[in-house]
Design a protein around this ligand. Sequence first.
Ligand code: CP3
Length: 336
Amino acid sequence: MKDKISNCILNKDFNYKPIWFMRQAGRYLPEFRDIRKNNQDFVKLCLNPELVSEITLQPLKRFDLDAAIIFSDILMIPYGLGQKLEFKKDYGPVLDDINFKEIINTDEKNFLQKLLPIYKSIEKVKKKIKNQALIGFVGAPWTLLLYMINKKSPKKDFDFNLINKDKYLKNILIKKIEKFICLHVDKQIEAGANIIQIFDSWAGLLPEKELSNLCYIPTLNIVNHIKSKKIPVICFPKGIGKNYVDFCSVVKPDCISIDYEVDPNWIKNKLNNIPIQGGPDPKILLSDEKKIKKNIESYLDIFSDYPYIFNLGHGVLPDTKPDTIDYIIKIVRNKK
Ligand code: CP3
């Protein structure tokens, strides 16, 4: 085990604080915007191994990071299942109506044919990195189900009852999604991913009484599958507040990623030494250096005697200055 993130997670090493960022490749980097300018179709871009590997490595060329995360999107699974997907400029993802029959009839061969370029990209990146972890990822069943039925970000408009209306459809769909998440994980691991992160970005929208059924249990099924492959799994059930503790006791992830609404002191004392990742609000990175330093150091102080992977409480925002990322890495590296 060469990489520092696996070492932190599996050996619960708290002496070295590994660092990477969610969305470390993306619009805040001018070199990403250059590529994006000439590649307006985001899905097509995600299926171009040459460019995906270049974009994935862009932040590693600039910064001293402990991981590469493959440049892709959680919505490539609905795409692989035959649901039309488009990313509209200044709007976000837009999906077509679900063609239930087509989705239910998608077989593994079909799906893998569509997503093969993603695995090729992982192989390419793997050849170019040495000591860094290579993080593969998937959306959790709930967050994927939500996008597939809502057809756009719930930020725009969302009604839980719409998703819950047809229980038969919901239950069949979530099982189908689970199966293809596992398949997508397997192929990423075969291609060289050595850690998997599960993004449940919209877990916080679930009514509390639905958390077990739609978040914990479907995620547990994926986590157990990943553990059976002897690969560490990081879970990010964003927005569930005090339920982070229940989540961990049911799902037992190898590492838990916290969002910026979670009190780091509180969670550290509630978890039984499960390694923790993340926390700081990405918006802090838009303020001045003094505020940034204070915030970052508060997390480092709290977790000084605890296995902790430095990251943010969500992805890097497009308005972040690349120098700020450098500044934070220096703070983390130089902290005694
Ligand atoms: O972290 C990384 O660097 C890896 C790449 C990555 C992307 N999306 C690239 C991307 C990862 C891990 C994701 C996951 C993802 N995608 C999530 C879970 C994490 C989260 O943010 O909560 C979600 C919910 C999505 C769905 C999605 N993709 C949305 C809602 C949007 C539009 C909003 C936005 O930030 O633009 C995307 C587009 C997207 N995915 C971009 C990138 C770099 C921006 C595309 C652009 O250049 O316009």
